[in-house]
Design a binder for this molecule. Sequence first.
Ligand SMILES: [Fe+2]
Ligand SMILES: [Fe+2]
Length: 220
Amino acid sequence: MSVSAALVRLTSPIVLRVPGNAARKLHGFARAEAGSMLDLRYAAAASPSPARRALYLRHALDEARHAGLFARAGDDLLARGGRPPVGPPRAEADGLWDRLGELGFVAFVHRGERRGCVRLQAFRDCFASDPRIVAVFDAVLEDERRHEAYTGALLLELAGSPKLARRALRRAAAWEAWRTFRRAGRALVEPLWAILSILTFLTLLPLAWVLRRPVRGSWR
Ligand SMILES: [Fe+2]
Ligand SMILES: [Fe+2]
């Protein structure tokens, strides 16, 4: 079992019990699926191979369906709690094709599908008491396993050998780690700036008070 799946199994039974968290998680999945759909649609338009364009397009249609399934499941949970729906997800493409090229793109997607299968299975088991949600996960997982298999075969075909396919996977992993680091850095910049501004203000406040005090014996 991967570390990520183990963490999901350990923490999710508690985290998902917090009101609203289960629906938030399902809508998060919907956004991720919609983002994948956009990148795959781009790939379907950009690939030089008609056969691969067809594969990417079919994959994009699957991800669009998954986005809808997760969004409706999230809204279903919200409705059961008497809360308003969130509706269809809004997502942005990651520009993976332009950044990684076709081999890197397929390696990245294959890694994502492999990890997604493990994580979705773990979440599916956390929702085991809710047959409607479990049915959604089962339908999605069936497609994700197919995606994992075809992207694995395609990666090998594009790389030309198992050794080069493994190298492409390592490069995709390194690029993803760098992207995660950059995103975390961007997310931290604002709170760090706020904390530094407050600290600077508190440090300079006594100095400002001293400077504004009238000096005894001053000629003014
Ligand atoms: Fe999916
Ligand atoms: Fe997928």
